[in-house]
Design a protein around this ligand. Structure first.
Ligand code: NAP
Length: 281
């Protein structure tokens, strides 16, 4: 049986799957490379055709793994990479993107993100991103690890409203964005790309989650992912270097959490009751 991966629409009109493939920690060693390539290819075969990488990951090594995984099938993939804040001047953003394109062996990115914010003025980075988009090197641009105040500053800049998404940490144990950023993003129609949706694997050890998973005939990973992507305007990019994990994650799409499940999850993984600083890895 094949499951179709539902999509959500970016403000530009481009469609992306609600479940994609993270590539952090890939490309760290030559020994693990073939498994990582196979896992990404399997994810694409199953329809999770969004891959998230960054120049930072394994110092470009992750992009090389991704290049191998997408060889011969570039058009199937919604390809995401990121510029590091210390490269994010106008010129630096353009140069970093060119290098990513080379490592990824492609002529365009579907989405290019500012990895996090540091000392470079936002308008300089924005200038670089707008130029890359104008020149056809990227189809969309976005940000990562931005809280509400950063987003408001961005939207106030000329062209800032074209932001496609904000990639932030979000999972059952890290629910801080529900207090302000998530409702703010919905109001402005800016999708949230949830990173570390499995809390980097730590959620798998939760006995509460195991209990709910058993009741649903599912695995803890499936419940954790189903919980993230059930929400409108939220999509997730779990990283899985093992084929068994990729298959497992895909099955999250066939899980519907009922009110009892959601209430129990709320009891064990409390929603935020006040504003907290944005969590980051
Ligand atoms: P994650 O996706 O929450 O968790 C990944 C870990 O969970 C890996 O150890 C993986 O194992 C394991 N796993 C995956 N599927 C599983 C399953 N079905 N059952 C049991 N374990 C499973 O963590 P993440 O890598 O931090 O986040 C995902 C992606 O978000 C990253 O790869 C990256 O692309 C992006 N990210 C972005 C930022 C940012 O600042 N913008 C920060 C962090 C992450 P195996 O690999 O062994 O299969």
């Amino acid at each position: 049986m094949t499951t179709t991966v539902p999509t959500i629409q970016l403000p530009s009109g481009d469609s992306i799957p609600v479940l994609g493939l993270g590539a952090w920690m890939m490309g760290e060693t030559a020994r693990s490379k073939q498994d990582e390539v196979q896992a990404l290819r399997l994810g694409l075969d199953l329809g999770m055709n969004l891959i998230d990488t960054a120049e930072l990951y394994a110092s470009g090594g992750s992009e090389l793994v991704v290049a191998e995984a997408i060889a011969g099938r570039r058009d199937e993939v919604f390809l995401v990479s990121k510029v590091m804040p210390n490269n994010a001047t106008r010129k630096g953003t353009i140069a970093a993107c060119e290098k990513s394109l080379k490592r990824l062996n492609t002529d365009r990115l579907d989405l290019y993100l500012l990895h996090w914010r540091d000392s470079v003025p936002l308008r300089e980075t924005l200038d670089g991103l707008v130029t890359l988009k104008r020149d056809g090197k990227i189809r969309n641009w976005g940000v990562s690890n931005f809280d509400v105040d950063d987003m408001e500053e961005l939207l106030a800049l000329p062209g800032g409203k074209d932001v496609a998404t904000n990639q932030v940490m979000y999972n059952l144990r890290r629910r801080g964005i529900e207090y302000a950023l998530l409702p703010w993003s919905r109001k402005h129609n800016i999708p949230i790309m949830a990173y570390s949706p499995l809390d980097q694997g730590h959620l798998m050890r939760s006995s509460e989650l195991m209990h709910i998973a058993e009741r649903n005939g599912a695995t803890p990973a499936q419940i954790a992912l189903a919980w993230v992507i059930r929400q409108p305007g939220v999509f997730a990019i779990p990283k899985a270097a093992r084929e068994a994990h990729v298959r497992d994650n895909m099955k999250a799409l066939s899980i519907t959490l009922n009110d009892d499940d959601l209430a129990e999850l709320d009891r064990h993984f409390r929603p935020p009751s006040k504003k907290k600083p944005l969590e980051m890895t």
